[in-house]
Ligand binder design. Structure first.
Ligand SMILES: Nc1nc2c(ncn2[C@@H]2O[C@H](COP(=O)(O)OP(=O)(O)OP(=O)(O)O)[C@@H](O)[C@H]2O)c(=O)[nH]1
Ligand SMILES: [Mg+2]
Length: 605
C-alpha cells in the first residue's frame, strides 16, 4: 500500500428502484471482487433486514472495487425520498456522482433531488441510462429529459457536458451508444476512470478525517466511516476530536483502522489522503466530527442537511395491555434508543415534549420514521405513537409548510381520477407526459396532502398507480385538506373478539380485528361506514341455547379483517388516537379509552 495509488471516489445516486444496488453486484462481478465459487446474494449491499424485506436500500453504504490497479470507492445510496438525508451526508465522500436513470421511466422526483444535491456539492454527474434491456426502453427521449433536468437545475457548462453510457446493471453490460454491441461493463469502468476526478492526495499535510457514517459492532464498539480529506490516518495515533461548534477538543487514539474491499473491512495500518477509512474505538465520535493532529486542530465544516419535514410524538405505552408483549417499555429506555438512532442518522432529530413520558421525533417522511419504529419493535420495544404532523416553519413571520414534488405513474384511463383526488388535496399539476399506455403526472403538493394518499391512489387506480415524492420547498400554508372522511368502530369493553358478534355488526363497516383477538375498551376495531365514532361490543357471545339450533359457522361468513402495515397505520391514525406498537402487535386506539370521558373531552373541545 502506498500513498500514490490511483483512487476514484463515486456515489451512485438515482430515484428509487432505478437499479443502483443491482449495478454494484454486477460491478463486483466484472471486477472479479469475489472468488469464483463465493456465494453472494443478490443486491449484496442491502444487508439490513428491513432492506431485504422491503426490497429497497435504506442506509447508504460504502464499498471498494479494485480495477486495473485503481481503487474505486463507491457509496451505494438509497433512492427513496425519505432517506434523502443519507444521500446528502455521503456526498462529501465522493468526487463525482454516477446518476442512474431508468430507460423507460426517465427522471423522477428523487432523480431531481439527488442531482440538485450533487450540484450543490459542486460535483460532476456521470450518467448511466439503465435497464436498457427493458422492451419499453426509450433511451433517446430519456437522455433528452436528463439533459433538460441538468439545465433546469442550473448545471454549469462543464456539468452539462456529462458523459453517458447505456446499459443494464442487472445483465451486466454498458455501451457508449445504445445500439453498440452488448459486451460487458467495461465502458462504465472506463467512464468512471476518465471522468471521476482523482481526489487530492496530499498525504503529507496535517490530517483531516471527517466522520460521515456511524456504525456499531459488538467487538469494535463505535465505528466511524469517512474520507481522509488530507494527511495520513494512522492506527494507534492519538488525535484531537474536533468540531467547528466546540472550542475544547478531547483526544482519543484510533484503536483499529480498516478499508473496504468488496463487502469486507480489511485492517490496515494507515489510510492516506483521498481514500475512505473506517475507524474504530472512538466512542465519542459523532457525524461531522473531524480527527486532526492534536497540535493542529482544524475542523471541517459541520455536515448540513435539509431540515426534517415530519414530526411525531413517541409515548410510553399506557394501554391496558402495556408490558405484556415488550421487553423495553420505560421512558428512559425509549429515549436512550431514540438518542442512539439520532446519533447514527443526522436527518433524525429527537426532542423532549412537555410530558416526561413523551418524545418528539422529527424526520423526512412517514417511512423514515416507520423504519425506526419497526427496528425498535423488533428489538423488543413497546410504545405508542401519535399521528405524524408536518413541521411548520416560520419564514419572515409567515407560517410555512413543506411542499413536495410528487409524481404519479398510472394507466392513462385513471389519470382524471388521480388529478381530481390530488387536486382536492391542494396538488397543483405541473407536468404531464405520456409513457406508452401510461402517463406520468407531476404535482406540487403540500406534504400534508400526501399523508394517506398512497392507499387512496391505489384504490382509485385498481392497484396500478405508483406514487413517488420528494421535498421541494417551504411555502405558505396551503389551507385545509380533507382527512379521513368517516369515523371508526371502537371496542366498548375488554375481552376477546367473537365471530358471532362481528357477524352481527358487519354492516357497520370494515373490521381490523379477527375472531379471537384480544381487544380493550377504547381500541379501534374497524372503520365506520358513517361519520363519527361508534362504540360497540365485539366480544358478545352467542347465547348457548342457540348454538346447536342455528348450526351456523359464523367464522366462515365474516369478511377477513383489514390488516394495516405499519406505515398504513401511521397514515390512518387521527389526532385523538394513538398507534400502540409492540413486538407482536400494532393496535389503533383512542387516546381517551372510555367512551363517556371521550364525549366529555369533545364537549370541552
Ligand atoms: N430490467 C431490469 N431490471 C433491473 C435492472 N437493474 C435492477 N433491476 C430491477 O429493479 C429493481 C430495483 O433494483 P435495485 O438495484 O434494488 O434498485 P435501487 O436503485 O438500488 O433501489 P433503492 O436502493 O431502493 O433506491 C429490482 O427488482 C431489480 O431486479 C436492469 O438493468 N434491468
Ligand atoms: Mg439500492
Amino acid at each position: 500500500m502506498s500513498a500514490s495509488r490511483e483512487i476514484r471516489n463515486v456515489a451512485i445516486v438515482a430515484h428509487v428502484d432505478h437499479g443502483k444496488t443491482t449495478l454494484v453486484d454486477s460491478m463486483f462481478q466484472y471486477a472479479g471482487t469475489f472468488r469464483q465459487n463465493q456465494a453472494v446474494q443478490e443486491r449484496a449491499m442491502d444487508t439490513d433486514a428491513q432492506e431485504r424485506e422491503r426490497g429497497i436500500t435504506i442506509l447508504a453504504k460504502n464499498t471498494a472495487i479494485e480495477y486495473h490497479g485503481t481503487r474505486i470507492n463507491i457509496v451505494d445510496t438509497p433512492g427513496h425520498a425519505d432517506f434523502g438525508g443519507q444521500v446528502e451526508r455521503t456526498l462529501s465522500m465522493a468526487d463525482a456522482v454516477l446518476l442512474l436513470v431508468d430507460s423507460f421511466e426517465g427522471p423522477m422526483p428523487q432523480t431531481r433531488f439527488v442531482l440538485r444535491k450533487a450540484f450543490e456539492h459542486g460535483l460532476k454527474a456521470l450518467v448511466m441510462i439503465n435497464k436498457i434491456d427493458r422492451p419499453d426502453a426509450r433511451p433517446n427521449a430519456v437522455l433528452d429529459e436528463v439533459f433538460d433536468l441538468f439545465v433546469e437545475l442550473g448545471a454549469h457548462d462543464e456539468q452539462l457536458e456529462f458523459p453517458v453510457v447505456y446499459g443494464s446493471g442487472r445483465d451486466g453490460y454498458a455501451m457508449d451508444e445504445f445500439d453498440d454491441k452488448v459486451k460487458d461493463l467495461g465502458p462504465l469502468f472506463t467512464m468512471l476512470m476518465e471522468h471521476v476526478p482523482a481526489p487530492p492526495m496530499d498525504s503529507e499535510a496535517p490530517l483531516q478525517f471527517q466522520a460521515v457514517t456511524l456504525d456499531r459492532d459488538d467487538f469494535l464498539g463505535r465505528i466511524a466511516i469517512g474520507r481522509v480529506q488530507r494527511g495520513t490516518l494512522s492506527v494507534g495515533t492519538r488525535y484531537a476530536l474536533t468540531h467547528p461548534d466546540r472550542d475544547k477538543y478531547p483526544t482519543a487514539p484510533v484503536k483499529k483502522l480498516f478499508r473496504y474491499e468488496g463487502l469486507q473491512r480489511v485492517p490496515v495500518e494507515q489510510v492516506f489522503a483521498g481514500d475512505i477509512a473506517v475507524v474504530s474505538g472512538i466512542e465519542d465520535m459523532n457525524i461531522g466530527d473531524t480527527l486532526c493532529p492534536i497540535e493542529q486542530p482544524d475542523p471541517l465544516p459541520a455536515i448540513e442537511l435539509d431540515e426534517p419535514t415530519i414530526s411525531m410524538v413517541f409515548y410510553v405505552n399506557n394501554s391496558p395491555f402495556a408490558g405484556q408483549e415488550g421487553k423495553f417499555v420505560t421512558s428512559r429506555q425509549i429515549l436512550d434508543r431514540l438518542d442512539r438512532a439520532a446519533a447514527r442518522d443526522v436527518a433524525l432529530l429527537v426532542g423532549k415534549t412537555q410530558g416526561a413520558d413523551a418524545f418528539e421525533v422529527k424526520g423526512r417522511g412517514v417511512m423514515h420514521l416507520g423504519v425506526l419504529i419497526e427496528n425498535m419493535r423488533r428489538e423488543g420495544f413497546e410504545f405508542c405513537v401519535g399521528k405524524p404532523h408536518v413541521i411548520i416553519k416560520d419564514i419572515d413571520g409567515q407560517d410555512c409548510e413543506p411542499y413536495e414534488r410528487a409524481s404519479v405513474e398510472v394507466p392513462t384511463d385513471f389519470a382524471g381520477k388521480i388529478i381530481e383526488y390530488l387536486g382536492r388535496r391542494r396538488g397543483e399539476l405541473v407536468h404531464m407526459e405520456p409513457l406508452a399506455s401510461m402517463c406520468k403526472i407531476d404535482f406540487k403538493i403540500p406534504a400534508r396532502g400526501l399523508i394517506g394518499a398512497r392507499t387512496a391512489l391505489l384504490t382509485l387506480s385498481q392497484g396500478e398507480a405508483i406514487l413517488s415524492h420528494v421535498f421541494e420547498s417551504w411555502e405558505p400554508d396551503g389551507g385545509p385538506i380533507p382527512r379521513r372522511t368517516t369515523g371508526v368502530l371502537v371496542a366498548d369493553r375488554t375481552g376477546d373478539v367473537v365471530a358471532y358478534a362481528l357477524d352481527g355488526l358487519q354492516d357497520r363497516g370494515d373490521f381490523f380485528v379477527a375472531p379471537g383477538a384480544p381487544v380493550y375498551e377504547g381500541m379501534v376495531v374497524g372503520a365506520n361506514n358513517k361519520d363519527g365514532d361508534l362504540p360497540l361490543n365485539v366480544c358478545r357471545a352467542k347465547k348457548l341455547t342457540n348454538m346447536r339450533a342455528s348450526g351456523r359457522d359464523d367464522n366462515a361468513k365474516i369478511a377477513p379483517p383489514r390488516i394495516f402495515s405499519l406505515e398504513e397505520s401511521l397514515e390512518y391514525v387521527e389526532d385523538d388516537e394513538l398507534l400502540e406498537v409492540t413486538p407482536t402487535s400494532l393496535r389503533l386506539r383512542k387516546r381517551v379509552l372510555n367512551a363517556d370521558l371521550r364525549k366529555k373531552a369533545i364537549k370541552r373541545g
